[in-house]
Ligand binder design. Structure first.
Ligand SMILES: [Zn+2]
Length: 212
């Protein structure tokens, strides 16, 4: 920075910071879309978080919806990225010829609402608490991973045949995130990735994919 005027160096720093923030948010939304694609491949249902601000009409992106939550178990609202208005988002679930719109909960509300459900099978939970079930998949990768965060060992198997579906995602997301969605250990995913000679995920990989 020697030789640069203060205002010029500030402007440059600000420029750098702005582009970093933009990059970070581009990476976040790219990683979220990949995560939604992976859970769709694994579970057969496509999820689309939805929030249309009733105050200013803005359509929030899925990342904005998740960032707008207050992580309070009693507050179901997200925050409009345009005007700051708070309202409850939904999640649209596309199945085989079906389309259902349900409330979308934040990660900690989902864990809270799952208390006491650990004796039910995934099918029973999806019937009894359809919104909690879908929110658990989007935020935590599935019921087993979500229950594990509450220190509960959930005995039911939800994901079948993950191995045949996971290859296109290896190296494009963190091994830990893929492992959570497949409900297996990170070392299992890492071993498979290495066997297939796929390099590990880095931010550089994500940026290259965004630019491509
Ligand atoms: Zn708004």
């Amino acid at each position: 920075m020697i030789g640069l005027g203060l205002s010029q160096s500030l402007r440059q720093t600000k420029k750098l910071a702005t582009s970093l923030t933009l990059q970070q948010s581009a990476i976040q939304s790219q990683q979220l879309s990949l995560r939604l694609e992976l859970v769709e491949q694994l579970g057969g249902e496509r999820y689309q978080p939805k929030a249309h601000c009733p105050a200013c009409g803005r359509e929030l992106t899925p990342t904005e919806i998740i960032r707008g939550f207050s992580h309070d178990i009693n507050d179901f609202d997200t925050t409009c990225s345009g005007c700051g208005h708070r309202f409850q988002p939904t999640i649209i679930c596309f199945g085989h010829g079906t389309e259902v719109e349900l409330p979308f909960f934040c990660d900690c509300q989902t864990l809270h609402k799952m208390e006491g459900l650990q004796h039910l099978s995934p099918q029973e939970i999806s019937k009894k608490e359809p919104a909690v079930y879908r929110s658990a998949i989007v935020h935590h990768g599935g019921l087993k991973s979500a229950f594990a965060k509450n220190n509960i060992d959930y005995p039911f198997q939800e994901i079948h045949d993950w191995k045949s579906k996971v290859t296109p995602f290896l190296g494009r997301m963190q091994d830990t995130v893929i492992a959570e969605c497949c409900q297996v250990s990170t070392s299992t995913i890492r071993a498979l990735r290495k066997k297939l000679k796929i390099s590990r995920f880095t931010l550089k990989v994500a940026l290259a994919e965004i630019k491509a």
